[in-house]
Design a protein around this ligand. Structure first.
Ligand code: AMP
Length: 471
């Protein structure tokens, strides 16, 4: 355990019970069915405050039980409107939960469904990348609680398949990520469609000045709830960092997975291409892996997640955006293949492990190219790492420009003192002569008089081929 960890500021005492909040018997029954015995710290703090109708600014990471901390009181507050009428008009949208990613939307929706299953309240989820038809049918039938990603929600607003005029509760979940993803204008548009009089709840794992600005613009006299110090790394995560050669990272990951017999590992890559490449390479090395990132279709992402959850693959290689909010039970280990460009993502990444009270390992690999990111992370989490050595993968001492103090070797492989890159087999495809594809070989369309556009397209092609000579 590192010394930068924090304990919840107000730990839930085992004496606090869900029954103490005055929740409806239908909700308590659902919690029992979920196997929840006691509220987590954020639930113990947030539930009574939300039930009082107050706005909330919650500093909580995924894995703390924050979804139930807002869903349970929302369901309770909406119980007065619960009815079994078949008329859609009797089921207007009363609560809206906005999330940055489809995966998180899906997970929140699953939780809301589970917690409200014994009530007549209806909920649905809308996110992009899938057919709008079934979402439209669900919305037209009437739902009290909608969980949505901003873009697709606005599509439904435009198509007039949803009306938000009676929304009395708004939740911004993982607000920091929504800003990172450029959702601010969409959020503004959505907020303008809601009644002025409403209760607002905002959750964020990190608190940048931009998040504080957003909070002050739309929360009214909020109660701040902080279960872990903002920008602190998740409690119970053991963090280890290894310095390795950049070219050795792939083999280092394979070595870590094999030597420790690691299963259910989430590996983070900074880029979509990097994630795909690493997952393919791991497969070549005999490790069952899949990649999950923004260029994958929703169906592919769901299939990869499902395969990971049911154990048919051992490793999920993900980008930050795709991994955001993934709730995978008992995830024992995350590996940072690259250190994230944005230090706050480090906090999010390692928050994937040690969820809901379990403990976990966060292993990071860094090379000279990650040095700046490492400094940023250390500054953010106020903790100086002492890199451990991964025997056989250490950089040559002569190259260690910014060599750091090392602690005892925790991972020894006899007989190897520095990494020798593997000899890559070259795919014969790359050795074949270039042949234009059918579309590239298509005849050029007739040009208008003057040949202007012909020059333009030649310029483009020339630029693609490495630029035009200066005239
Ligand atoms: P969240 O932070 O909302 O993503 O929740 C993380 C995980 O903790 C989810 O798998 C929840 O189902 C689980 N969880 C939430 N609240 C409780 C609770 N009071 N007791 C046990 N598990 C919980």
């Amino acid at each position: 355990m590192s010394d930068n960890q924090t304990s919840p500021q107000t730990p839930a005492s085992p004496a606090v019970r869900f029954e103490d909040f005055g929740l409806a018997p239908e909700i308590l029954r659902a919690l029992e069915a979920q196997g929840y015995t006691h509220p987590t710290p954020i639930q113990a703090e947030a539930i009574p405050i939300v039930l009082q109708g107050r706005d909330v600014m919650g500093a909580a990471q995924t894995g703390t039980g924050k979804t139930a901390s807002f869903s349970l009181p929302i369901i309770q507050l909406l119980m007065q409107h619960a009815n079994a009428s078949a008329s859609p008009a009797r089921h207007p949208v009363r609560a809206l939960v906005l999330t940055p990613t489809r995966e998180l939307a899906d997970q929140v929706a699953d939780n809301v469904k589970a917690y409200s299953r014994f009530t007549p309240l209806r909920s649905t989820v809308v996110f992009g990348g899938v057919d709008m038809g079934p979402q439209t049918t669900a919305l037209r039938g009437g739902v009290e609680i909608v969980i949505a990603t901003p873009g697709r929600l606005l599509d439904h607003v435009q198509q007039k398949t949803i009306s938000l005029g009676q929304t009395q509760l708004l939740v911004l979940d993982e607000a920091d990520r929504m800003l990172d993803m450029g959702f601010l204008p969409d959020l503004q548009r959505i907020i303008n469609l809601l009644p002025k009089q409403r209760q607002n709840l905002m959750f964020s794992a990190t608190f940048s000045p931009d998040i504080k600005k957003l909070a002050s613009s739309f929360l009214s006299d909020p109660v701040t709830i902080e279960v872990a110090r903002s920008n602190a790394t998740a409690d119970k995560v053991t963090q280890v960092i290894y310095k390795v050669e950049e070219e050795a990272k792939r083999d280092a990951v394979v070595h870590l997975l094999r030597s420790r017999n690691l299963k259910q590992v989430l590996v983070f890559s900074n880029t979509k291409i990097g994630a795909s490449r690493l997952s393919r390479q791991l497969e070549q090395d005999g490790i069952k892996a899949a990649a999950i990132h923004g260029d994958k279709s929703q169906a592919e992402r769901m299939a990869a997640l499902e395969a990971f959850k049911n154990g048919s693959i051992d490793v999920l290689v993900a980008t930050d955006v795709a991994a955001r909010g993934l709730d995978i039970a008992e995830l024992p280990c995350v590996i940072n293949y690259d250190l994230p460009y944005n230090a706050e993502d480090y906090v999010h990444r390692i928050g994937r492990t040690a969820r809901a009270g379990a403990s976990g390992d966060a292993i990071s690999l860094y090379s000279d190219k990650d040095e700046r990111q490492l400094v940023d992370i250390e500054k953010l989490i106020k903790h100086k790492f002492v890199p451990a050595q991964l025997a056989g993968f250490m950089p040559q001492p002569s190259r260690g420009s910014g060599e750091r103090r090392r602690r005892e070797d925790v991972d020894t492989r006899a007989g190897r003192s520095s990494y020798t890159p593997r000899k890559e087999k070259i795919d014969p495809w790359f050795l074949q002569p270039y042949e234009p594809s059918v579309s590239a070989a298509e005849p050029v369309a007739p040009q208008p008089a003057g040949g202007k556009s012909s020059i333009k397209s030649k310029v483009k092609v020339a630029a693609l081929l490495g630029g035009l000579p200066k005239r």
